[in-house]
Write a protein that binds this ligand. Sequence first.
Ligand code: ZN
Length: 146
Amino acid sequence: MNLGDLYRELIVDHNRSPRNFGRLDPASHEAEGFNPLCGDKLHLYLDVTDDRIADIRFEGSGCAISTASASLMTDAVRGKTTAEADALFARMRALLKGDDTADSESLGKLAALGGVRAFPSRIKCANLCWHALHEALHGGITTTTE
Ligand code: ZN
């Protein structure tokens, strides 16, 4: 299966049945994301305990790519330390920018999101949840600058 097929299959699957969808109450960290170009809205909830992401959920409405990306992201960072989540965020940014230094093999399913590069106007859809994650953990960065 090539990356294009994998990309389409994952987007369809995770959009149809998003993982970790819902509210987390109480949440230790939260952030909102909004992509005005597409209308994607996202609210991210995290439970960070001892610097580890014990639980993560999201709510919102958006296109298939933004929903699938949030679903894949929450699966990927659950159980990781905040430093590991930061490292993954940096790698996803590189992947979505088309930076070849990204070692996409080791990204697993997330690598399939690199397929969004074929549709430049949708990169913000895929990035939205990652910027929300960064904002939830660190604050101070808008979710719509890239
Ligand atoms: Zn979108």
